[in-house]
Design a protein around this ligand. Sequence first.
Ligand SMILES: [Zn+2]
Ligand SMILES: [Zn+2]
Length: 314
Amino acid sequence: MTKMRSLVLLLMVSCLWAGASVPTAAAVEHAVPPLAGSVVRGFDPPDQPWLSGHRGVDLLSTVGSEIVAAMAGRVVFAGTVAGRGVVVISHGELRTTYLPVRPLVPVGTFVSAGQVIGQLLAGHDCFGGVCLHWGLKRDQAYLDPLGLLDQAEVRLLPADAAARVEQLIDLRGRALAGGHGLPGVLSRPVPGAVGSRFGMRLHPIFRVRRLHNGVDLHAGCGDPIRASAPGRVARVSYDSASGHRLEIDHGNIGGHHLVTIYMHATGYSVRTGDRVQRDEVVGRVGSTGWSTGCHLHFSVSLDGRYADPEGFWQ
Ligand SMILES: [Zn+2]
Ligand SMILES: [Zn+2]
């Protein structure tokens, strides 16, 4: 190897090194929001790593909006993870993540704060529409990305971002505690109409009055059953009453623990511990257990008590 070539190599290595170690303090001073949308979901890390929570913040926007780098740094990932477009930027010891995003910068690109790195795609569930999920990590620890912005910049988002998030969380908590449900939290697991509602009814098989602890939804044999919200499969079981039964744990919403239960399926395609996305197909409608024909029985458990599922969708 010539002396010249080693010098070039050495220069390249030192450039990469310099880029990789953007001084954290300086970078933080120059943080900008990755887009101008309102914060509709705040940072809410789970108590345990396996529980669901929210390891970033959601900014409300529209599909196709430009996403900019929050701080100067180097793109260390630009591609898809589990079917979602993701960009990760390294800022020395901090890393920021942006998803779901169509990346417009290749890995290795040095970007400045405010430089366009991609366009927002659909796919991240949030209150009110399409959101960018913005995350911040130091080693394995998730941090609140809003902490990067100084007061003036937080005010640039919506004037009252923090207050609105507080309000939303409070509203969710009170709506749930009042037993009124929370429209929009769950989507319908099958599109069919409600046949039998939640509440006291004459049981169709036993001819006695008892609590119908969910809703019966019209559906054809073999129709797909979709997860009502993102979560983790808590249990897949079979008993003579429920037939094939599935429980999905959606974690805490506004301080309340939400679980959805699906019954009478021919079977489920997910297993205990699996993570599921909203609207992901988890099984097929059937008539197993105490059932008089193909339909989906769907229950909602809030803090361990049955609640009317119709209060949770629009
Ligand atoms: Zn999010
Ligand atoms: Zn039922």
